[in-house]
Design a protein around this ligand. Sequence first.
Ligand SMILES: Cc1cc2nc3c(=O)[nH]c(=O)nc-3n(C[C@H](O)[C@H](O)[C@H](O)COP(=O)(O)O)c2cc1C
Length: 213
Amino acid sequence: MDLSGVREAYETGGFDEADLADDPFAQFQRWFGEVEAAGYWEPNAMVLSTVTADGWPSARNVLLKKVDADGFVLFTNYTSDKAVEMDVSGRAALTFSWTELRRQVRVTGTAERLAQAESDTYWATRPRGSQLGAWASDQSAVVPDRATLEAAYAEAEDRWADRDVERPGHWGGYRVRPSMVEFWQGRPDRLHDRLRYCLDGDGGVWTVERRAP
Ligand SMILES: Cc1cc2nc3c(=O)[nH]c(=O)nc-3n(C[C@H](O)[C@H](O)[C@H](O)COP(=O)(O)O)c2cc1C
C-alpha cells in the first residue's frame, strides 16, 4: 500500500507562547477539554512507550485515568510486559494523537507505582465485569486459546459470586511524572507549532522552548 499521495491540510489556528498556561498540566486540561467537546471516542487513549531491559522500544495504547500536578495516571496488570518495563527502567513516554484537531501531546518522565490506597479507590469505580477480567487475565502471558481465557473468567465469577470483587495484588496504577511535555499544533506548509515545557533542574520550575517542526 503506497500512502505517499495522502495529504492533509493544516488550516487550524496557531498556537503561540502567549496562549500557553503556566504549567503543562493546566495546558493539557485545556486541550483535553477541547478534545472532549469535539466528540472523540476515548479521547483519553494514549500510546504508552517503554523500553525493554535489552533496549527494545515497546509501545501500546492505554487509557489516561487521571491527570493533576503530580502527573499522568494509568492502570494495568503489574505482571504485564509494560509494567515490568516501567518497574525496571523507571521511565515512560506518553503520546496523545488528536489528529482531527491537528494536535499531538508528548510526555516523557519517570514511572512509579501508585500507593495501594489510590489503586483501591479507582478499582472500586470499575465495572464488575472489568474487575473479574483482571482476575482472569494474566496479561501479556501466552494463552493456548480463547476457551482458556473464558474458563478463567468463569472461575473468577464463581470465586467472587455474591460479594464484592477485591482488587488483585497484581493490578494497579502507575503515575508518569513528566520532565517534558510538548504540545504540537499542525499549521500550513509544515510550519507546525511545537511548544515544549521542560522541568528545570530540581527547582520544579517549568520553562518553555519552541522546537523546529
Ligand atoms: C484504546 C485502548 C485502550 C487500552 N487501555 C488499556 C489500559 O488502560 N490498560 C491496559 O493494561 N491495557 C490497555 N489496553 C491494552 C494494551 O494496548 C495492551 O494490549 C495490553 O495492556 C498488554 O500490553 P503489554 O503486553 O505491552 O503489557 C488498551 C488498548 C487499546 C486499544
